[in-house]
Design a binder for this molecule. Structure first.
Ligand code: FO1
Length: 314
């Protein structure tokens, strides 16, 4: 069996659940062996700031700065800026913490100076002491757009935050994806990986944008290494967020099995929760573990179980 400590791992993630697994992997791997590729379909411009929520959730989680209750933003952050906006009659629907704004200001400055999002993400993470590699899924701008029954087409953050993911989704597209490319850094990490993990993130809102970057799925599928997804559905419910609701709205059965179906040939293995042990997952290697990460130790334990199971045959 290959040693966990020497395995090079790439993990694809979106928001809070994926960031927790990335943190588990970061606890057990040397930093040079871990690359986290992050969804940027949630990114948007707000009050002139370029905001990349999933990149920031990963960065704050890995650096230990994250707000542990919400799973995003900076712990203990204040909202004086939002209060000041309120004096002008604004009713901001997106909670921008005062410390968090520093990240958006710097990123926006650097984007406007023509720097790549990959370079900027590297600088921000390094400054906060994150030593593994965190990469955006692409340097291009991609926007996840949701066509809804009640509100028409919405950008991701208005759908998710402003309307609290309540509108009924008819269809999803990733605007700008045709012009996106896999960066040299993401390509190199995937080509060197001994294991590829897909985090317990939303298959349509977090992982599909990454897999839809032209060339990304082919690059992954061409790698003859274990490619393992972790189910974000436990006991027929999403651990957090709209995964189960979306699954039903898009016409699928709400089950961990649907996740396997949706990822198709992108994965060779599947990890689902032990409470779903009665489900029979056919057509690929599958295993159950406790996938609900309540503590830092749970994250490290799930990461270790996944890698031990994945590397057992290599
Ligand atoms: N999520 C919310 O539910 N409400 C918010 O006001 C909010 C603000 C916010 C600010 C910065 C940031 O990095 C994330 C923020 N999130 C907020 C989370 C974010 O909308 C979601 O985590 C993702 O985009 C879904 O993965």
């Amino acid at each position: 069996m290959a040693l966990i400590e020497t395995a090079k791992v790439v993990v694809l993630v979106g928001g809070v659940g994926g960031a927790k697994l990335a943190h588990g992997l970061a606890q057990i791997l040397p930093p040079e062996n871990l690359t986290v590729i992050v969804n940027t379909g949630d990114d948007f411009w707000h009050y002139g700031l370029k905001i990349c929520p999933d990149l920031d959730t990963v960065m704050y989680t890995l650096s230990g700065l994250v707000d542990k209750v919400n799973g995003w933003g900076v712990g203990g952050d204040t909202t004086r800026l939002l209060e000041a906006l309120g004096r002008y009659g604004e009713t901001p629907w997106f909670r921008l913490g005062d410390q968090d704004v520093a990240t958006h200001l710097l990123r926006t400055n650097w984007i406007q100076a023509g720097e790549r999002l990959t370079t900027i993400t590297g600088k921000l993470n390094k400054a906060l002491g994150v030593n593994c590699t965190v990469l955006p899924m692409t340097d291009a701008t991609v926007s996840t757009m949701l066509d809804t029954v009640e509100q028409g087409e919405l950008e991701f953050q208005p759908y998710f935050v402003r309307y609290r993911w309540q509108p009924t989704v008819k269809a999803i597209r990733y605007a700008g994806i045709e012009a996106a490319t896999v960066s040299a850094e993401a390509c190199a990490a995937i080509l060197e990986a001994d294991v590829i993990v897909i985090g317990p993130s939303n298959p349509w809102l977090s992982i599909a944008p990454i897999l839809s970057v032209p060339g990304m799925r082919d690059l992954l599928v061409a790698r003859d290494v274990p490619r393992v997804a972790v189910s974000p559905i436990v006991g027929g419910k999403a651990i957090k967020g709209p995964a189960a609701k979306l699954m039903a709205e898009l016409g699928y059965t709400v089950s961990a099995e649907t996740v396997v179906q949706v990822y198709g040939n992108a994965i060779t293995g599947f990890v689902y929760d032990e409470t779903d042990a009665d489900l029979r997952i056919a057509g690929l290697d599958a295993v159950t573990f406790n996938t609900v990460m309540q503590s830092d130790a749970d994250r490290a334990s799930l990461a270790r179980h996944i890698l031990e199971w994945t590397l057992r045959k290599t």
